[in-house]
Design a binder for this molecule. Sequence first.
Ligand code: FES
Length: 143
Amino acid sequence: MNNSPSDQDKRRTFCKVCIGGFTVASAGAVTYPVVTFMGQPVHFSANKPLEVPLEELTVGQAHYAEFQGQQIILLMTEKGPVVLKASCPHLGCNVIWNAADSIFHCPCHGAVFDDSGAVVSGPVSKELAQLPFEIKDGKLIVT
Ligand code: FES
C-alpha cells in the first residue's frame, strides 16, 4: 500500500474534522439540556427601566425577563402584578413557574414558592426577592 504524504494529510484532515464535529456536537448535547433546565425563554430584555404593556401580562402566566443582568419574573396574579427575582434564595437556581398549580418550583433541590414568592416548602427559609415596580400609562415599569 502506497501512503503518499497527500493521503496522510487527507486522513489527518478527515480525523480533525471528525474530532471537531464530535466536540461541537458533544458540547451542544451537554449545554442545551442544562440551559433549558435552568430557565425559561426570555421575553423581555432591558438595562433601563423595563416597561411592559399590561395587556401583555395574562393572569396566571409568568414572563421571564433579563433586567440589569439578572433573570426576573413578571407575573400577573388575581391580586395584581408581582415582580420577582428568578434566582432561588437557596443556591441560586432559576425557579420555574407551574401555572397549573400556581407555584414556583426550584429544579435544583425542590423548593416551592407561592405566586407571591413566599416559601411553601423545601430547603429554603427566604422568599423570592421582590423588585419594586409602578403602573403608569397602562404599563408595568420595573425600576
Ligand atoms: S437552589 Fe433552589 S432549592 Fe436549592
